[in-house]
Design a protein around this ligand. Structure first.
Ligand code: ZN
Length: 168
């Protein structure tokens, strides 16, 4: 099928993939969709470690089903991340309910997502774990393209899309 000299995924390559991410219950969590494939720089933690490791050595046109345990994805769920906060920590006009997610800041000023677990009378139970912490993730991946990263991409530790250089 592929020649022995066809390039395969290794550190320092920009990889384009189409993917569907489901949880172990079969619920679709994310997908690359019908648009251009998702691009990442291999070896720079652009994707979860378990998926990155599974893709290494594969080439364009290959499809993989990869099961990634929490330890190789977003980590185990830390029960210490669950806490009760006063209801008035949220703006009064904001409707809050279980399953909703809010962007917040921790004591160090790092942005993170807080998920609402339960709303009680005067308190709200929040979970500061990553929403996918503790979850086993299933990726259906097709490798769409592969190229050597530019020097600039290596320096920036991320892929620069076909539409130029957009940064956050
Ligand atoms: Zn850049």
């Amino acid at each position: 099928m592929s020649s022995a000299h066809a390039p395969t995924i290794a550190d320092g390559m920009v990889v384009s993939i189409h993917y569907t991410l489901t949880d172990d219950g079969g619920e679709v969590l994310d997908r690359s969709g019908d648009g251009p494939p998702f691009e990442y720089l291999h070896g720079s933690e652009g994707i979860v470690p378990g998926l990155e490791r599974a893709l290494a050595g594969h080439g364009v046109g290959e499809s993989l089903s990869v099961t990634v345990p929490p330890e190789e994805a977003y980590g185990p769920h830390d029960p210490r991340g669950v806490a009760r906060v006063p209801r008035d920590a949220f703006p009064e006009e904001t409707e809050i309910g279980p399953g909703m997610q809010f962007a917040g800041e921790d004591e160090d000023g790092h942005e993170h997502v807080v998920s609402i677990v339960a709303v009680e009378e005067a308190t709200v139970v929040v979970d500061r774990n990553h929403p996918l912490a503790g979850r086993t993730l299933l990726f259906e991946v097709t490798i769409a393209a592969l190229r050597i990263a530019t020097r600039e991409e290596i320096a920036h530790k991320h892929a620069h899309g076909a539409h130029g250089h957009d940064h956050h």
